[in-house]
Design a protein around this ligand. Sequence first.
Ligand SMILES: Nc1ncnc2c1ncn2[C@@H]1O[C@H](COP(=O)(O)OP(=O)(O)O)[C@@H](O)[C@H]1O
Ligand SMILES: [Mg+2]
Length: 424
Amino acid sequence: MYVRRLTLTNFRCYRRLDLTLPCETIVVCGRNAQGKTSLVEAVYCLATTRSPTASADREVVHWQAAEDGIPFSRVHGEVARADGAVTLDIVTALQSTDAEEPRYGKRVQVNGVPRRALDVLGHLNVVLFTPQDIEVVAGAPAERRRYLDVLLCQIDRAYCRALSTYNQVLAQRNHLLRKLRDRGGKPDELAFWDERLAHVGGQLIERRLATVVALDALAAPLHGDLVDAADPHGPLEVRYLPGLRPARRTAWQPALAGLAETPAPYADLPPDADGLAARLHDALGAQRADDIARAATQAGPHRDDLAFRLGGIDMRTYGSRGQQRTVILALKLAEAQRMWSETGERPVLLLDDVLSELDAVRRRHLLARIEPRQQTIITTTQVDALPDPLPPDTLVLEVEAAAVVAARRAGRAVTPPVREREQG
Ligand SMILES: Nc1ncnc2c1ncn2[C@@H]1O[C@H](COP(=O)(O)OP(=O)(O)O)[C@@H](O)[C@H]1O
Ligand SMILES: [Mg+2]
């Protein structure tokens, strides 16, 4: 699948942009703050309905949009897929100014028909890779859960629905815990919420586990390719650590070199969603008193984590910056393969500013992994971070002051406008 046409109105720094894009590698180059990331962000937004970075909807709306009347931004995309074309619209508009802060809301359309945000997912799949993704390895557990959720929500709507239900039930259970702590009452009142939380939680854990097992198998050889043959650090292991026990991290804490890996890492986990739900239900029951004292639910997928280990060493705590970078790179490539195998379509790869962070060997490896027939948008300030010469005919877009000012094909002198290069 690929984005055939991208039209932006008041999105970030773009007042108006209309681009036709091929299903190939596209290099977007330009100086800092010209609009490269905004482009990538728009494509990500089409796939997920969200910006990867904005903390509030209004941030994506152009600052001067108010001059046109009602401030809004629109990302419109035509996606070409093996099973036909689909158009997606993500509109962020001012809804009310009654409150202290102006309130913005989002409306989405699929093929011109208003839909729920959830219904947009799956029409376009993207894998975004930015320098900040190193936080998936080095940052807090929430980063790793978000990583899994963004991947899974794109390929599995049932997962996304379950996640949304889970978060609602969790909030309700926590509300009741606070009430029981502050005003007393019968802990039995929790039984209803425990049941529901465990039921949906079991489904989430099952999907996350299957995904991490697949990512582990895909990422290990990719990582092997990326590191030097002489690299003594041993194979990459990606492990899922379900939040079924509050103290579970201690089992993973000792990150000693040469620590023997358990032969069957998930042998102690029930094999299906029902079994996992029963296990979570037991954990919730066993921790009730403690949960009430803390007014917080301490078991469940909202406490899940992932571990990345090289030769037994935990990369979050002991990995060098370079090792962490290689781990996330292997993981991103594995993610793209997983999406492909799960959906039968290659996702769009978005590589925002990552090449300059990689050394020449890793950069070459990454670029060599890119399928020429997979849409891949690479942004860079330094065209010299790209292989020289670029693969012949690579489309290079130059971005300056929120406009695509030139489009050329690498290795060619002529510069026909992008619109004329439209592909069927
Ligand atoms: N809502 C907005 N309205 C107008 N400009 C914005 C908005 N949000 C960000 N910008 C500006 O857009 C410019 C381009 O940002 P970006 O796409 O991240 O640049 P880069 O080319 O470095 O990736 C920046 O100067 C940024 O301040
Ligand atoms: Mg940028």
